[in-house]
Design a protein. Structure first.
Length: 426
């Protein structure tokens, strides 16, 4: 029944889209490597301009003729298979890939690439964790002493030195954070990154609800925030607020600025509000739940907190609404062409409540001198078949030691590797 409904939507929506003329809003059928997008706050429709729908993907096995698509000159290889719920990826200073398998509660390591494009070695670094997601090496630099892990209810760390394939000692709890998922409901991912100088730790904590008002819901305390603390967990404070769910965090190695990849609220229609990627200001307020994308008030909280209306920061890059933007990373490798250096790659997990699907791709966010242009482009696409069936969902992105781009796919339980000829990187 659901598949039949999707087919009807696929016929109806193009007519509506055509009637909108030059609308910046699109869907998977227009996603292709190199296609550019630029959404602004002025493009936003009124709330409930389209009906709220539920259209989650029914995952299928990869069809024999299906493969991820990338720009000319790039190649996609299947790096590893048979993972279980692979989520965030981080590259260790020695080049090992750390992957959070959140469902089973473990961190895996993948080392090297064989001539066949497979890992040279695989190991379980730690297990028995509580929905781990974020991974960070401390202190930042070439010689870390610890691996920090963002469990859903705490930040913990393990002793670590370059080359360790399993934890050399027990975990140490650094600081408690509000729990999520099956433990206490709501968004459960907790990313962890350090400032460039290693003096501050940032932790993302998503909201417990879609748009509950924190004024009357104490369970939203220290949620929809990015928290800051010392590396030992002390002096915790709210670094930025009103950020519904900053799933991915990253620090720009060039400027030292903190960036976030954010899932905005639901139930306002197909094209509202955009998800976003933005640098995060200390003390900044980004609107949730009373406002979104600047001074747009959520009608479900009409009249609330008028004093905050002019304080809501408009994010740097507005993405297709309901894309479900997850991990992001800055490209600093030497394998891709020079014009990619300093740009952001981000994983778009894909929509569940849009009449025609959007996302299910890797995007490239254009940067110029450390500042986002507001534009992004499709980089890797192809996980949605023409009939709307989905066979892959990007979650994590990381730059490997050789400059290739690694991607985790929790829809197919795979890791993918995107590379290009080194001779082009000039």
């Amino acid at each position: 029944m659901a598949r039949a409904w999707i087919g009807i939507a696929a016929l109806v929506v193009p007519l509506a889209a055509a009637a909108r003329g030059g609308s910046p809003f699109t869907d998977y059928r227009a996603e292709k490597p190199g296609a550019r997008h630029h959404i602004t706050a002025a493009d936003l429709p009124p709330p409930f301009d389209t009906p709220d729908v539920s259209n989650g993907p029914s995952l299928v096995e990869r069809p024999k003729d299906a493969w991820p698509q990338v720009p000319a000159g790039f190649k996609v290889e299947l790096y590893a298979t048979d993972l279980k719920n692979p989520r965030l990826i981080r590259t260790a200073p020695n080049g090992d890939l750390f992957v959070a398998e959140s469902g089973p509660g473990r961190i895996k390591i993948f080392r090297g690439v064989t001539k066949d494009g497979k890992p040279e070695k695989t190991s379980v670094f730690a297990s028995g964790l509580s929905k781990p997601f974020g991974i960070a090496f401390y202190p930042p630099g070439p010689d870390p002493k610890f691996v920090y892990i963002g469990d859903t209810d705490a930040v913990i760390r393990f002793p670590y030195k370059n080359g360790d394939l399993e934890a050399s000692g027990p975990s140490e709890e650094i600081v408690k954070v509000p729990a999520g998922g099956s433990i206490d409901g709501g968004h459960w991912t907790r990313d962890v990154v350090f400032s460039r100088d290693g003096k501050k730790m940032f932790v993302s904590v998503g909201s417990r609800s879609n748009v509950n008002d924190p004024d009357g819901d104490p369970s939203e305390f220290h949620r929809a925030d990015i928290l800051e603390a010392d590396p030992d967990g002390k002096q915790m404070r709210v670094y930025a607020s009103g950020i519904r769910n900053a799933v991915g965090l990253a620090v720009d190695p060039g400027t030292g600025l903190l960036w976030a990849s954010v899932n905005e609220r639901d139930r306002l229609g197909d094209n509202l509000p955009p998800d976003y990627i933005t640098h995060v200001q200390d003390g900044g307020f980004y609107g949730w739940p009373w406002f979104y994308i600047g001074a747009h008030q959520d009608p479900r909280h009409a009249g609330k907190h008028p004093e905050l209306k002019t304080k809501v920061i408009v994010p740097d890059v507005l993405l297709e609404p309901h894309n479900a933007s997850l991990e992001l990373t800055f490209y600093g490798g030497s394998q891709f062409p020079a014009q990619y250096r300093g740009d952001i790659f981000a994983a778009e997990h894909g929509s569940w409540n849009r009449s025609v699907r959007t996302g299910y791709e890797i995007i490239r966010v254009r940067m110029k001198d450390g500042v986002a242009t507001g534009e992004y482009e499709d980089f890797l696409t192809g996980f949605v078949r023409p009939d709307g069936q989905v066979w892959g969902r990007p979650v994590g992105v990381a730059v490997a030691a050789d400059g290739s781009l690694m991607m985790s796919d929790d829809g197919g339980n795979r890791l993918w590797r995107i590379s290009c000829a080194a001779s082009r990187a000039k």
